[in-house]
Design a protein around this ligand. Sequence first.
Ligand code: PRX
Length: 620
Amino acid sequence: MSKIYHADPSYRTNAHMPDYYEALWRFKDDPETYWAKVAGELVWEKKWDRILDWNPPYAAWFPGGKLNITVNCLDRHVNDGKRNKVALIFRGDDGGEKVLTYRQLYREVNRFANGLKELGVKKGDRIVFYMPFIPEHVIAILACARLGAIHSIVYAGFGSEALHARIKDSKARFVITADVSIRRGRSISLKSIVDEAIVNASTVEKVIVHRRSYPPIELYSEMEMDFNDVMKGQSHYCEPEIMDAEDPLFILYTSGTTGTPKGVLHTCGGYLVGTYYTTKYVFDMKDNDVYWCTADPGWITGHSYIVYGPLSNGATIIISESVPDYPDPGIWWEIVEEFGVTIMYTAPTAIRMFMKYGEQWPDKYNLDSLRILGSVGEPLNPEAFEWFYRVIGKSRVPIVDTWWQTETGMHMITTLIGEPMKPGFAGKPLPGVEADVVDKQGNSLPPGKTGLLVIKGPWPAMMKGIWNNEERYRHYWSQIEGCYTVGDLAVRDKDGYIMILGRSDDIIIVAGHNLGTAEVESALISHETVAEAAVIGIPDPLKGNIIKASVILRTGFEGSETLSNELKYHVRMTIGPIAMPSEIKFVESLPKTRSGKIMRRVLKAEAMGLDPGDISTLED
Ligand code: PRX
């Protein structure tokens, strides 16, 4: 039984959502009124006719409603007394800073939108982004949305093949990029990758390049245009395109740990309502918060919780181009101290990396400004939770472990800041979300039984399709009657808290027992010598599968046969004999996607001498 943590009662008293059960009851009593109240806090050009039309698996949220999301992210704050509030603080890899108030951001977005319009961009056009994380990235995203163009952001760490595939699939007319991104003090060319990616991509008409280096790189062809030239001489106001609630807002290709990437489609109305709602209540966003999400706009976390959710709440956001350990592993904590970050949202992979470097780094800085910590992307195993809670949060700051997906668009399961925290458990479904743990037939499972995590019924920020692939969309809703199958394994406790055990395709069946890879990895990481671990199942004639583990040790420890046996014994004692790895390999690094997910199938292919398949999303 793991420990339970309680935040100071003042968190609850002062929270936007002080009482989970009261909100849940209001939702259950009348879902439509519940969502209408949230949507009513936003600006609509025309009010919706109905809250929801639900013809599974197709949902229309707020049909009849008309709006532009940028009016909610910009115009209303400029008009509502937040004109001179800081909207965005940028901190560059070299320590350089740039600050934009809401008024300034609004004007830049409008100017860029007018420039795009002059180039012929119109509603429904697809615009692919391949940008570093600089303020212009955010400006361009909002400018697209202002015109009703559909942005499709490709993380600027992907290679030209992955970029090409996404440009082709979305039939993009425009590409927005920069000459370079800057990482660890080094310039990495983005433009040359775009050059390769647009060969044989005949839909692309223009490539807009933000030139950062001096002297500026030459732009050669007719197709190429400078980012600042697009804005030059443009007026500070661009009439927003009035969108139907269900008009597309963006396509985002999922990171693709398995199979080919899918273009997840999100639309304007429901997505705004869902991201606004969760930012307000999960992060308890208040006017004087300084919010830092360490993700990149190339991931859904960047879309929902750097751009649309926080800006629709009128928050001050920090964006940073810096990696966690350059110039040294203290940089993130220096940023927290320097800017007085109050809410910090990051990923377990980063937390585990900091654990490896040791407490001396965060200990150099004053982290008193922090009031909420968040985690997303993978299970936050209890050891990482405890470290984050104790070393960063000084045993005072609540942690929200948010479970959600590119497809869900918004947070779905987490613990609200006033609720007891249980390390290892993401928490309960948010009011408005109906989640369950079921068997393959869709029967609810009792506490303690591992099963498939499903969502019953629609939610506002749900994806509305897979671009060019109807069947793949339907598949999510067709595996279990009436349910959206998320593809994760989970288990619930008696209080309804949900623990995510990893992807169901990451399940290993050993002698008839289902084991989530995350479960075994978590057990390994709970050993004092282990920094990171990945486990895979290797077919075995006797047991069906045996477990093989790859382990990165913490600094100062060395792999040996004795340690290997100790770790096996440790897993045996933590989970049970069935979970004991048959083999432990000590490694320096693990194959990961650029979003930090371990690509277990690459390890598996390697262990079995097979072809690893598509590795275009693999980092280096
Ligand atoms: O397996 C779950 C894991 O990440 C998957 C979704 O990945 P993606 O679409 O790339 O979105 C990541 C950012 C939202 C989920 O199916 N996942 C995400 N958050 C958590 C998580 N696993 C455990 N705990 C979480 N908090």
